[in-house]
Design a protein around this ligand. Structure first.
Ligand SMILES: C[S@@+](CC[C@H](N)C(=O)[O-])C[C@H]1O[C@@H](n2cnc3c(N)ncnc32)[C@H](O)[C@@H]1O
Length: 239
């Protein structure tokens, strides 16, 4: 254990700004004061404990325990959707992940106010989460809802959804688990559909989100108010 603490401090002190761009496993866990950001000045004993947990994978084991169904809202934004899920499924673990720390802090306040015990927030880039942050086969249902569409052709490479991303995501979902996508952008929708149809690890399953069709994300509600339709896709993973 002392070795791990020294290694943790060493990594914290030595990281270069370039590296912090890629590695931002900030956990907003029990309280916003326990937020720990490898790339900023936030630091606390709770934060150090969290970092040790991350480095030793005990955080993953605890959060993504196989005894509970786990739903992940990836790019959770203001968190309206994950809060609905948390109230609807008190026996499930609801994980929200986003890069925007300010948004996560506001969600954490709502979690505290509503005394929700089944939500975990992660500040992390989706690619890092899918790449190394999540144990394989740990998510029962993954929601990637209204991701930024980047409609201009020159910005397309910034889109989150791609064949590679979907392939990696499948590894993180339990076999027979669900991937739920949505977008208001027709071109992004076709792009998502093309990409996922080509992957043999997914099979279309419209019924897989029947229990949550009435739940809307903050963006979906905003789009609906302006008359825009949001299209949903749902798939189960097959091994
Ligand atoms: C258009 S908003 C949608 C938010 C929410 N899903 C909704 O529908 O209301 C996209 C969200 O994804 C987050 N995001 C964008 N790229 C991301 C990435 N690479 N990793 C994690 N979150 C990301 C943004 O910070 C933003 O909160």
């Amino acid at each position: 254990m002392p070795g791990i603490i020294i290694l943790s401090l060493f990594l914290y002190l030595c990281q270069a700004p370039a590296a912090t761009q890629q590695i931002k496993p900030v956990i907003c866990h029990d309280h916003s004061r326990s937020c720990f950001n490898l790339g900023s000045a936030y630091f606390s004993v709770n934060g150090l404990i969290k970092m040790i947990e991350i480095l030793t994978s005990s955080y993953s084991r605890r959060t993504f325990s196989k005894s509970h169904l786990t739903e992940l809202d990836l790019g959770c934004g203001k968190g309206g959707y994950l809060l609905s899920l948390a109230e609807l499924f008190p026996d499930r673990v609801i994980v929200g992940a986003d890069v925007m720390l300010g948004r996560l802090r506001k969600i954490q306040k709502k979690i505290d106010r509503n005394n929700l015990k089944n939500v975990q927030l992660l500040r992390i880039n989706a690619w890092n989460l899918i790449g190394y942050g999540l144990p394989d086969h740990s998510i029962s249902r993954m929601h990637i809802l209204c991701p930024d569409p980047w409609p201009k052709v020159r910005h397309r490479s910034k889109r989150l959804i791609s064949s590679e991303f979907l392939g990696r995501a499948a590894q993180k979902i339990v076999p027979g688990g669900i991937l739920h996508l949505s977008t208001d952008d027709d071109q992004y929708y076709s792009f998502m559909l093309d990409a996922i149809t080509q992957l043999p690890c997914y099979k279309k399953a419209n019924h897989a989100i029947d229990d949550i069709r009435h739940c809307k994300t903050d963006f979906e509600l905003r789009f609906e108010r302006t008359g825009l339709n949001v299209n949903h896709l749902s798939y189960i993973t097959v091994s």
